[in-house]
Design a binder for this molecule. Sequence first.
Ligand SMILES: [Zn+2]
Length: 303
Amino acid sequence: MLPFKIIYHPGYDLHLGAHVFPSQKYRLIHEALLREGIAQPDDFLTPQPAADADVLRVHTPNWVRDLKMGQLSMPELMRLEIPWSREMVEAVWLAAGGSILAGQRALADGYAANLAGGLHHAFPEHGEGFCAIHDVAVAIRHLQATGSIRAAMVVDTDVHHGNGTAAIFARDASVFTLSIHQENNYPVPKPPSNIDINLADGTGDEDYLAILEKRLVEALGEFHPGLIFYVAGADPYCEDQLGGLSLTIEGLKRRDRLVFEHAHRLGIPVASAPAGGYARRVEDTVRIHMNTIIAAREIIGGG
Ligand SMILES: [Zn+2]
């Protein structure tokens, strides 16, 4: 048994078919964790979809209504970059419910992983970049509204800047946002996070890990969150089709360990969500996401 819970639902799959976004990865991560004996069936919890009231703490009533009714305009669909379907809407509501549950379980156990979510490009009134609603923001606002936490930090290591996160929490002093990403990549523009680390094309393991550690230590020195949401994108990987950094699979695991070590040192619980990952071989994306769970077990689980 793992010393923490993994949140998974078969409905996480967005059923996008041949799309560059491998939405079957959630199922593949779940299967591989079981197949390799990293997790047992009892280590998983099944989330409920987020309540609309929770989603409405972040998103506008118009956006929520149009998403649920399938009334997106052509410009809205082009910005979202994934087709609308009933399954897609159910999947993102489940992802948000999963991130709420991951946050709650992280507060209880020190760590929890949602196997979906990290939809960091969603804005209050529109979706973009494969992200229809911002599950992490929904979870943070839920945990704050229910009195579980006061302050939160989002540590976003997806290769793409966390523009939705930055915009949603821009005027919210209770949420600190850190994004480390490739500068010459989507999205443009990049609304400011509290800390933005703009990396040059081709940045590799050592430079990446050094600057991440420096700025994370700085962030945790000035801000004391009750919970860290770790947006653990697999797309800084050198073989990623939508990323231009050069991290190795081992470097990405060291990145996970680094985030967990600094949180653990300060006694701050961590909830993780996978975010992006578009490796040429989907097995690599799955491996990188599995390694986040393994790194958590090594650092936070004391194993
Ligand atoms: Zn990404």
